[in-house]
Design a protein around this ligand. Structure first.
Ligand SMILES: CC(C)(COP(=O)(O)OP(=O)(O)OC[C@H]1O[C@@H](n2cnc3c(N)ncnc32)[C@H](O)[C@@H]1OP(=O)(O)O)[C@@H](O)C(=O)NCCC(=O)NCCS
Length: 187
């Protein structure tokens, strides 16, 4: 598969997505170990549906990126900016690293830093928010490392395997984030 280096970090880079990766995304997003951290865990994701979602995103110029391992050019996950509100310059982000061998090695926090660098310094956003399930300690740690702060909780909003968990909201402002990549291009 061909990937393009749109936003480049040390461990990974963000590339435009390929529809041909639909099968790999389906494998990851049907794996409960990955998807129990994502809203998609209660949905049926077939190859047809995933292809059509990716095609729609490409057609609508959605702000979605493949996360690619810089050491071997292999796809490891996906991230996106959505619900973009241009008037108030705010948006939301989502991310998953599907390749479990890459968890807890810094890929997720670097990929998300590249994504929000793009959000703040190319899309000129001012506030970026994300939602995370209360039990997802790895994600919360990664988000705090980048500078996201908890801004609120919806209590017991996630019910999984018989247990109730809070949904946590975190955000970061442009003024709180130091560019990791785009600053190189400052004139
Ligand atoms: C969440 C996710 C994007 C984070 O990416 P990652 O590459 O694994 O995260 P990072 O390595 O950048 O950071 C994770 C940090 O949490 C730590 N960590 C790992 N497991 C942990 C746990 N159970 N409790 C607390 N901290 C933990 C890691 O050691 C690391 O901290 P460090 O850099 O100080 O060592 C990735 O794990 C993932 O996609 N998981 C599955 C899907 C998902 O949860 N998506 C997010 C939905 S909101």
């Amino acid at each position: 598969m061909k990937y393009y280096k749109k936003l480049i970090g040390e461990q990974c880079y963000l590339s435009p997505i390929n529809v041909e990766d639909a099968d790999q995304y389906c494998i990851w997003l049907n794996d409960l170990e990955v998807s129990s951290n994502l809203l998609i865990f209660s949905q049926q994701l077939s190859l047809e549906r995933e292809k059509s979602i990716l095609q729609d995103m490409i057609k609508n110029s959605a702000q979605i990126f493949a996360i690619v391992d810089a050491t071997n050019d292999k796809l490891i996950g996906n991230c996106s900016i959505f619900r973009i509100n241009e008037r108030n310059r705010k948006a939301e982000v989502g991310i998953f690293i599907g390749d479990k061998n890459c968890w807890s090695k810094g890929y997720g926090s670097e990929a998300l830093s590249l994504l929000i660098d793009y959000g703040f310094n190319i899309l000129n956003l001012n506030n970026i928010m994300l939602e995370v399930f209360g039990y997802n300690e790895r994600a919360i740690k990664a988000y705090k490392k980048i500078g996201f702060k908890e801004i609120g909780r919806r209590r017991e909003a996630i019910i999984f395997a018989g247990d109730k968990h809070d949904e946590i909201y975190m955000d970061i402002l442009a003024s709180e984030f130091e560019s990791i990549y785009i600053k190189k291009y400052k004139k």
